[in-house]
Design a protein. Sequence first.
Length: 190
Amino acid sequence: MKKFSNMTGEKVGIEPKHEIKITEADVFKAKVMRLMDDFLKVQMYGPITRYHVAGTMKVVGQELFLEALMDLLDDKSNKDKVKLLESLKLKVQDWKMIDETIEEIESQPTGLYKHKSSIKNLYNKYKSDSELMIEQSKKSAQKIKNKQTVELKLKACEFLIVENELNIDLLGLISKSYQERLDELTSISE
């Protein structure tokens, strides 16, 4: 361990500090999760066996529901932005710039929450072993037969890198495996 600390200059046992940025979306997510915890419950009808009493029950899928809700709200806000920019065309003479901004907003794909959550799950499961993470991401990429799905996975990786919540280097490795698969599918279709 001493050799490691001399090479990197880090003290052994101390992790580097990461800056945490809290956005309005994070605050909204926390409030919605608290509401779901307060008001959602599991209700059973009929006799209860000893297995139900001894086990734990919970409502599953809250995080996936929340991501879908956030994606829906983002999509709605993008439509509102486009409407606003379209109305500005009457007042502003630079239509080219407005058209470019509209195209940029509309080019953002929707429905990335599933792909982002699958990449987050892969990351969280194998973040301690980067070699195993690369192997699993390559296996995951090889299972995909559709070129558009691989492109969506790459977009999800890009959005996760921009969000800067997870380790960028490990996300880059995952992204590289999907890029290799996209190159394979492109070469096959040509």
